[in-house]
Design a protein around this ligand. Structure first.
Ligand SMILES: C[S@@+](CC[C@H](N)C(=O)[O-])C[C@H]1O[C@@H](n2cnc3c(N)ncnc32)[C@H](O)[C@@H]1O
Length: 450
């Protein structure tokens, strides 16, 4: 390889290989080609479809290399300009959802052709001149396309903005732009900047309250439907990966206590797939502060404990209290399942020692469909696959704003388990935005119950 263009060549090779693999896998899985202009979602868009491992990884690698290439090639001033206006990305998507614009385009008599802004003006009672500018901006993000001057159609991915979709539920999480808007002030707050208290977050600044996020939400029942939709979306978007990439079947006949299980979405999905498993869903009608957290009343070897998207809401001190109560209740045979994101530092390996492009691309070819293992990134691709993990890191920063919560790496999860009297047994990667971090009592701990 010409070393002068090493980075460009390596990224191009990764992208080509990832796209070739993606195409082959689509054919092997008997799936249709992707089209941005299709009106119906592609089978890959369905949260109930689980992509074969090679297809899943090829897609992530392609996205990672496309954005690395963009960063390499783009005029830096234009990148800065894009970020200067990025706030409008979200604002224009909000316009699509909140004004009924997306649903209107979704109901166009000819969805492929779309609707003229004059028709949109009549239907929505909004100024067509202004809507044109909003819609042209949304074209740059891929949500819509302009089929003729002034005529706009919803692209395939735009289905995710329609009523009832998971994406719309995710976007409905209230006050996110306002919370993001206080980040600068909060990070430099004279008294709070080193605090990890749930009482010292952007929530208190935005809502001018002394209450924690959980307590403040109780004063706003009008927000409950949006919060529960956002939670449902976060939990269900990758449900098939969550059900497949951990050997839940090995727990046949046993009982899982779903701690902070909310409306039980995870337990219900598991119960449907593994009917011999039994579940106890624990949550509180009103969320307690950790100070009031109760000891776990289901004790001993008869129980395993599941925490999905619970510990990510809490700073380390509180998360340690939750897991310590669980360790006290667990028996030597109990498993503690933490289903959360394991943050990976975005380090880029450019050394020859990594085996170069070939090692990673061969690893992609060698993936089987029995066990899911993420491939190690090729040179010039960050270890966390960069842009392909933006949605995961986005959740982490949102939770930081809401709860002072922490993004945890593998080392952080291990430390948290150990400081709570548990040991980390194994991390199962999943075709999902979270992993199963399996913990248990250390061998020497004797069960207080049995
Ligand atoms: C982000 S939701 C996750 C819900 C569910 N595990 C899922 O994945 O769909 C966090 C849940 O933790 C619950 N929670 C918070 N504090 C709690 C406490 N002290 N005791 C029990 N549940 C609590 C909340 O009520 C909420 O249902």
């Amino acid at each position: 390889m010409d070393t002068q263009f090493q980075e460009l060549d390596s990224l191009q090779r990764t992208l080509n290989h990832a796209i070739d693999t993606f195409r082959k896998e689509l054919i092997a899985a008997n799936l249709p080609a992707l089209s941005s202009q299709a009106t119906e979602p592609h089978p890959l868009d369905d949260n109930n479809y689980l992509a074969p491992t090679r297809l899943y990884e090829a897609r992530r690698l392609a996205i990672a290399s496309i954005v690395q290439l963009k960063n390499l090639l783009q005029y830096p001033f234009e990148k800065a300009s894009e970020d200067a206006y990025a706030v409008y990305d979200r604002a224009c998507v909000d316009v699509m959802i909140s004004t009924g614009l997306a649903d209107c385009l979704g109901k166009a008599p000819d969805r492929k052709k779309g609707l003229h802004v004059d028709d949109l003006q009549k239907e929505l009672d909004m100024d067509g001149r202004k809507l044109t500018i909003v819609l042209r901006y949304l074209c740059t993000q891929g949500w819509v396309r302009e089929t003729q001057e002034g005529v706009f159609a919803l692209n395939r991915i735009g289905n995710e903005l329609l009523e009832g979709s998971l994406g719309r539920g995710r976007l409905g999480s209230p006050y996110v732009p306002e919370l993001a808007g206080t980040l600068v002030k909060w990070l430099q707050h004279p008294e709070w900047k080193y605090s990890d208290s749930v009482l010292h977050t952007p929530v208190q600044i935005v809502h001018k309250t002394d209450l924690s996020c959980f307590d403040w939400v109780k004063t706003r029942p009008d927000l409950f439907p949006y919060l529960s939709e956002a939670m449902r979306a976060a939990g269900n978007a990758y449900i098939r990966g969550l059900l497949t990439d951990y050997p839940w079947g090995s727990l046949e006949g046993q009982t899982i206590v779903d701690c902070g299980g909310g409306t039980g979405a995870m337990s219900i999905a598991l119960a449907k797939t593994f009917p011999s498993l039994r579940f106890i869903i624990q949550d509180l009608p009103e969320t307690l502060t950790l100070a009031k957290a109760q000891p776990q009343c289901r004790k001993g070897d008869d129980y395993h404990y599941l925490f999905r998207h619970v510990l990510h809401d809490w700073p380390d001190d509180d998360a340690t209290k939750i897991l310590t109560r669980t360790a006290e209740a667990a028996g030597p045979k109990s498993k503690i399942f933490i289903m959360e994101t394991v943050s990976i530092p975005g380090i880029i390996d450019t050394s020859e020692a990594s085996g170069g492009d070939d090692a990673a691309l061969n690893a992609l070819n060698a993936l089987n469909n029995v066990t899911y293992e993420p491939v190690s990134p090729p040179p010039f691709i960050p270890a966390n696959l960069g842009a392909a993990s933006k949605h995961r890191e986005g959740l982490v920063i949102q939770l930081l704003s809401l709860f002072n919560a922490q993004g945890r790496t593998l080392a952080d999860w291990k430390r948290l388990a150990e400081s709570s009297g548990l040991k980390l047994v194994k991390v199962y990667s999943m075709r999902a935005d979270m992993s199963v971090i399996e913990c248990a009592l250390p061998a020497q701990k004797t069960c207080e119950v049995c």
